[in-house]
Write a protein that binds this ligand. Sequence first.
Ligand code: SAM
Length: 568
Amino acid sequence: MANPLQARAEKTAQLYEDPHNPHLYLERACIHEQLGFPDLAAADAYRALSLLESVVDPDGCEFHAKRKIDTTLEDIVTRDEVKKTSEESGEDEDEDSSTVPVTQEEYNDIIGEVYAVLVCSLVRCGCYRDAYEFGVRGIGLLGDLDADVVNVSTASTVLQDQMDHVKKVFQTRAKTNKDAEVDLDSIDPAVLPAQGFARRVLYPWNAHEPDRCAPKELEFLNNRLADVAPKCEVRAVALPALHGASADDDTEVSVQLGLFAKEDIAADEIILRESSLLTATNRLHDDLCDACNAPLPDLGAAEPPVACEEGCADTIFCSQACHDTAQKVYHGAICGLEDGLESIGKDIPDPKDKADCLYLLLLGRALAMSATQDVHALDLPEVKYIWGDFHDLDIEHIDQSGSEEASLPFSFQLNILQPMRFLEEMEIDPYESLSRYDTWVLNTLYAKFRGTASGRLSTWDGGPELCAVHPLWCLANHSCDPNVRWEWGGEITFRARNDEETAVWTRTRADGCVEMKDAKAGGIAKDAEILNHYCDIGLPVEKRREWASGALGGNCRCNRCVWEAHEI
Ligand SMILES: C[S@@+](CC[C@H](N)C(=O)[O-])C[C@H]1O[C@@H](n2cnc3c(N)ncnc32)[C@H](O)[C@@H]1O
């Protein structure tokens, strides 16, 4: 392929014109595979598969596979025949005379390759559970097809090879005898990992990401900050680079943003108050405001809770103001559609999956915001300027074995299937809306949320139940010797620490003596950086590093950590 990026752009443009064409999704999946994006390839192959299913089960599918007619006589004849048949039967289902339905022959031609690409891509991402499910389905289906059908035997061989790989993963996970033969039917899919990884990168075709350190963008952010934190300012700052190879080089820096004090700030002063509608909860039938997640007032209060008047029975707001804002910001597009949407990502039995599902719900809120405001999700002000912790991308050198860049949790359920369900429940055609909600857009949203969202734990079971992105609050960097505390009720706040709250540095010398450094005074001096804490600062250095490494992208190298770990 001459230039895969160019080929991808051309194929994507064709898809925008011809969004229900499974051939094009399969072709783009192959380009994504070559570009080293098996996650995007899996999503395209799944779109092709879902559309192809309509060929064999037209009544069971909402979206039907069709393609723009080309100028061949055959296509024109087919189009005219379809038109005649629907006129005779009184149907006017497909008024679009520029498309023809995908035929059974076309289905037979590509179904094998679609399964092969889907399963290979899921295996490459490490999503073995869904790779197994589709592999078994594909092998069964291809077995039923005529062996003469084009590509079937090649695809069957590919699927069998992939299943051999899945069997090995199963044997390792289930700790069974490695030399024993494993029967595909005996595999318990629950033993296989469902979550793999995708590259966490700024996609070369992503034209939505701003140059956050440019003076114009800094001015924009500072204007927004004026109301939320009048004594603070956003500035560019050089932080130690903490990812992978850079982690060993303590001179390498990453230029990012941070919050700074514009003037002296007294101890205990609240310096930032921010509320956000980019929130999500996994509690069903909640007693929290649907918009800001503040507790709902009592029914008998002077200003009682406000229900959605369009019949969303479980959508309650803490005030008329939250109701009105919600309608404009995110609820407009989903008003009246609560029943279908309610079941997605909530009531998760396994606590391990709860945090990941909260990110899915946050994604759902971002989709609702985008649809309500008719704005691309990556251009929403709550999203556009937040940190995505992207790794550098070398598109010329693709590491097929999986690379350090592949650090974004990725699963078939959370990145492909459930987002499509969200769109369908929102009455948005996921194929026609590809330019807005393509998988790379969703991955970018996830990368941003995973780097910045704050979570709240349930008072019932200690599991995560609430999360939100506060786009200005999250500009503050971390230190294990922070100068602020944060609290999150309806709004999130920063309060300057007082003398009793600043961290005491402690380390044990080789001779067993404990060394301590006097804690700093509270308050924040003009021009000092506002330093938040992403972990409990009462923990010892190893534990703090362990807890904060996910949010930081590596081991903390703040002054306190470096001193306590005897690195200076
Ligand atoms: C919530 S964001 C903080 C704001 C971010 N600097 C920005 O430009 O928007 C978290 C990211 O900031 C960086 N960061 C925060 N504190 C850091 C620290 N003490 N050392 C190195 N990097 C830090 C890490 O890259 C981390 O993934």
